[in-house]
Design a protein. Structure first.
Length: 178
C-alpha cells in the first residue's frame, strides 16, 4: 500500500515539469520580440548597408529562428515524453514529427540545433572578421568543434546502445522469421 502510494506520488510529480514548458513558451514570445526588433533594424538599414552587413542581418534572423524552433522542439517533445500525451487528432495541422521523438531523438535534435546555431555564430564572426580578435575567433571555433564532436559522440553512443539493445532482444541464431 505504501509502495503504491509512493509510486502514484512519483508518477504525479511529472506535472511539476509543466510550468517549465510554459516558461519556455513565454521565452518564445520574448524571442519573437527580439526577432521583430532585428527585422526592423535590418529593413531600415538594408538600402544603406554593405553586402556583409545584409548577410549578417539575415544570419541574425536565421539564428533567432533556429533558436525558436529549438524551443518548440523542447516544449512539445519534452511535454510528450515526460508529462502527458497530446491528442493529435484534435489538431488538423499537427506536424508529423510531434509525438514520434523519443528522448534519444530529442537529445540528437537538440544537439543538432545547437551545432547549427553555433555554426551561424561562427559564420557571423567570419563575415565580421576584421572586427574580431584572433582570441575571440579561436574560442568560437573551439566551442563549435566541441559541439560538433559532442554531437558525433552522442549519436555514436546512442547507436551502440541501440545495437546492444537490439542484440539482446533478438533470438540467438539471428532472425527466426527468415
Amino acid at each position: 500500500m505504501i509502495e503504491r502510494a509512493l509510486e502514484k506520488f512519483l508518477f504525479s510529480s511529472r506535472w511539476l515539469l509543466a510550468p517549465f514548458y510554459v516558461a519556455l513558451v513565454i521565452s518564445l514570445a520574448g524571442l519573437l520580440v527580439k526577432a521583430l526588433q532585428e527585422l526592423w533594424h535590418f529593413m531600415t538599414h538594408a538600402f544603406t548597408s554593405s553586402e556583409s552587413d545584409v548577410i549578417l542581418g539575415v544570419l541574425a534572423l536565421i539564428d533567432l529562428t533556429l533558436t525558436g524552433s529549438l524551443i518548440v522542439i523542447v516544449v512539445f517533445s519534452g511535454y510528450e515524453n515526460f508529462v502527458s500525451k497530446i491528442e493529435e487528432s484534435a489538431h488538423r495541422d499537427w506536424p508529423e514529427w510531434m509525438g514520434k521523438i523519443d528522448f534519444t531523438g530529442l537529445k540528437l535534435k537538440l544537439l543538432s540545433s545547437i551545432v547549427a546555431i553555433s555554426a551561424i555564430q561562427l559564420l557571423k564572426a567570419f563575415m565580421n572578421v576584421r572586427n574580431m580578435s584572433d582570441r575571440d575567433l579561436m574560442w568560437l571555433v573551439i566551442i563549435h568543434v566541441v559541439f560538433v564532436t559532442s554531437g558525433i559522440l552522442m549519436a555514436w553512443t546512442d547507436r551502440i546502445s541501440g545495437e546492444a539493445h537490439s542484440a539482446k532482444a533478438s533470438p540467438p541464431g539471428g532472425d527466426a522469421g527468415h
